[in-house]
Write a protein that binds this ligand. Structure first.
Ligand SMILES: Nc1ncnc2c1ncn2[C@@H]1O[C@H](COP(=O)(O)OP(=O)(O)OP(=O)(O)O)[C@@H](O)[C@H]1O
Ligand SMILES: [Mg+2]
Length: 375
């Protein structure tokens, strides 16, 4: 884009990947030891905006701190650019971290805060000036250089913290819930900023959050963690449309889960509890299986549709509940399945079924819009 600087040049001539190989992290000793990271194997590509997503206590910060060198693995190897950095101290790693609390120096103005790391590294004055101008432009801090951190808003402090880390041109930037302290609106505009900055500098960003929406809005790929283990890694779209587990499906949006069996002679369909035969997105191994269908993929009809392709599920139901969400409705519909189905429907679709005295509705979805869970 606009930049002709040190950042871009770096992207092409080095490998900026982070690789976790068989990493365990335990806190404490002996039988009291707590395993916080449990056999983590993960590759983060160079230049990726990568998020670690998961509920509180699942080990996100611990994983991030290991990349930074602030925690050491109990077992396993950590590689940066293909080089083993497992035992390398934080100040010798080409990695910078942006903390949730920003940790700016309160007695220094914005310029000095950004310059501090470069001075410590003994970077020459002219080079310092050049690099600072670059990140100040990126983070749009021109108007605030003479201010102290206490004279800045939360969002401005956040941008200083970011500039202070980027000025070192690390291979990897680590961000631990950096937007958590901001209000909803500022948070959303900082998300846009972060994404823009990451794309301009091309540095690998590893971002920690427990907010699914935030992870999806920002990331090229996301790792969903649960109790120290990786649950699934993929693009936001993959995680949403093909969640591997019930946990991931639940964590990344609302879902309908349908339990049943696949018989050896009919690998293409699920025999649900309740007797329905539901087409699968792909042939599955025989045995108990669960599929997931998102509420927005379920279509609502006032009468049985005349013609449907073979790979479409069709169920009859009655509406139990209709919640108006502003731009759409969320219905709970009782069918022959044990659990009611959640259905997202437009005003038009809801009017069509509730305009007359329709007690009965029909639901359908394309098999390709459902996913078979691995667990
Ligand atoms: N120094 C430590 N000593 C003992 N236990 C620790 C230590 N640091 C973290 N833990 C424990 O490890 C687990 C994972 O902590 P971690 O901070 O990585 O979670 P997190 O996913 O970042 O959670 P949050 O979203 O709440 O920040 C927690 O159960 C925590 O109590
Ligand atoms: Mg944390």
């Amino acid at each position: 884009m606009i930049m002709s600087n040190g950042f871009k040049a770096k992207r092409s001539d080095a490998q900026h990947g982070v690789r976790f190989r068989g990493i365990f992290k335990r806190f404490g000793e002996g039988p009291q030891a707590l395993t916080v990271i449990n056999n983590l194997n993960l590759d983060i590509g160079r230049g990726e905006f990568f998020s670690l997503l998961g509920p509180s206590g699942c080990g996100k910060t611990t994983a991030l701190r290991m990349i930074g060198g602030f925690e050491h693995p109990s077992e396993g190897e950590l590689l940066l650019d293909g080089e083993d950095i497992t035992g390398v101290p934080p100040y010798r790693r080409d990695v910078n971290m942006v903390f949730q609390s920003y940790s700016l120096f309160p007695h220094m103005d914005v310029y000095d805060n950004i310059e501090y790391g470069l001075r410590r590294k003994g970077i020459q004055r002219e080079e310092r000036r050049k690099r600072i101008a670059e990140v100040v432009g990126l983070a749009q801090l021109e108007a605030y250089l003479g201010r102290r951190p206490t004279q800045l808003s939360g969002g401005q402090q956040q941008r200083v913290a970011l500039a202070r880390a980027l000025v070192n041109r690390p291979k990897v930037l680590l961000l631990d819930e950096p937007l958590a302290a901001l209000d909803a609106k500022l948070r959303s505009s900082m998300q846009t900023e972060l994404r823009r900055i990451q794309q301009e500098v091309g540095i690998t960003f590893v971002f920690v959050t427990h907010d699914q929406q935030e992870a999806f809005a920002l990331s090229d790929r996301v790792a969903v963690m649960r109790a120290g283990r990786l649950e699934q890694v993929g693009t936001p779209h993959e995680l949403y449309s093909r969640p591997a587990t019930r946990f991931v499906a639940d964590f990344v949006g609302q879902s309908n889960f349908i339990d049943g069996r696949v018989e050896p002679e009919a690998p293409g369909v699920l025999r649900a509890k309740g007797g329905e035969v539901i087409p699968l997105p792909a042939p599955a191994e025989a045995g108990p299986r669960t599929i997931v269908v998102r509420p927005e993929n379920v279509a609502l009809y006032p009468a049985k549709p005349a013609q449907l392709p073979a790979d479409v599920a069709l169920l009859r139901g009655t509406v139990l509940e209709n919640t108006f969400l502003g731009s759409k409705h969320l219905l709970r519909v009782k069918t022959s399945l044990p659990e009611p189905l959640l259905v997202e429907a437009s005003h038009e679709a809801v009017n069509a079924v509730s305009g007359g005295a329709v007690a009965e509705v029909w639901l359908s979805w394309r098999a390709a819009d459902s996913a078979i869970l691995a667990d």
